[in-house]
Design a protein around this ligand. Structure first.
Ligand SMILES: *[C@@H]1O[C@H](CO)[C@@H](O)[C@H](O)[C@H]1NC(C)=O
Ligand SMILES: *[C@@H]1O[C@H](CO)[C@@H](O)[C@H](O)[C@H]1NC(C)=O
Ligand SMILES: *[C@@H]1O[C@H](CO)[C@@H](O)[C@H](O)[C@H]1NC(C)=O
Length: 243
């Protein structure tokens, strides 16, 4: 799991910097697994909501806890069943709606893992489950009850799209790709700085957290990408500041 924070910017040449920090190694004893729910991501036209959990599948021991950190916009972590991914399980766990339109820190909901059985979750906000906003604890890694099959079922059963979305790959990492991050170039807003009109690029990276889960990050680097003071003290993202 990684946190991304934006740093304060110099007044003139505003090079947007995002720093990636690793979590300190977990102390011995029960582990707290941090799962980010929703948030925003950079796309070529600005910022778009993330309709997903990150990581979307974890392995946890009895006594561990899972801390769901809710970011933009308004999501839930609701327990379902493997058979019906997008339907609340009777008597299951449910965070309820956790709106966080500005992406502030501290909107969390925690559960304790009581056994090693697989537990399945989804977001019950409108169509989110149907686009694959699902999460699992201790899903099988082989056979017919994997996270990948669960997510595929959520999309197939609850999607309003008829598109053939196929079997979504779950956290598969090509080591070569991880070593050589791809670069997506987006046009930066024009500004008054010396280098106005330069382009900004989004650089993707991937790694592994101390628990062995695959995690990813996106860094936006460029000129005038953020207004002065934007994002200072925000955690994980912020709304409404980019075109
Ligand atoms: C969050 O979503 C639920 C369900 O759509 C809605 O009832 C609730 O008003 C929303 N909360 C906010 C603050 O937008
Ligand atoms: C998903 O589809 C099932 C029926 O296949 C339905 O019971 C459930 O309410 C749907 N969930 C959502 C979030 O649309
Ligand atoms: C969840 O656990 C984290 C870390 O143990 C703690 O900081 C946070 O306050 C907890 N949140 C809730 C809602 O209990």
């Amino acid at each position: 799991m990684k946190y991304i924070s934006a740093l304060p910017l110099a007044a003139t040449l505003a090079a947007a910097q995002m720093q990636v920090m690793s979590l300190a190694p977990a102390p011995s004893g029960p582990t707290v697994h941090t799962v980010t729910v929703g948030g925003l991501k950079a796309v070529s036209t600005g910022m778009a909501p993330v309709l997903g959990f990150s990581p979307e599948s974890i392995t946890a021991a009895v006594g561990d806890s899972v801390e769901f950190v809710f970011m933009q916009k308004n999501h839930t972590a609701t327990q379902s069943t493997f058979a019906e991914p997008c339907k609340a399980m009777e008597g299951g766990k449910d965070s309820g709606f956790m709106p966080n339109p500005e992406g502030k820190a501290g909107v969390t909901w925690n559960i304790t893992v009581e056994n090693t059985e697989a537990q399945w979750f989804y977001c019950k906000q409108s169509t989110h489950c149907g686009v694959g906003m699902v999460f699992a604890i201790n899903a099988a890694t082989t056979g017919d009850k994997t996270m990948s099959v669960f997510k595929n079922n959520a999309i197939n059963k609850n999607s309003t799209k008829s598109a053939d979305l196929g079997l979504a790959p779950i956290q598969s990492v090509d080591p070569a790709a991880a070593a050589a991050p791809s670069t997506v170039t987006v046009a930066a807003a024009s500004g008054t700085g010396a280098a106005a009109g330069s382009t900004a690029s989004v650089v993707a990276g991937q790694g592994t957290d101390p628990a062995g889960n695959i995690c990813g990050c996106q860094c936006l680097c460029g000129v005038n990408s953020f207004p002065q003071q934007a994002a200072v003290n925000n955690f994980g993202g912020f709304a409404g500041m980019l075109p």
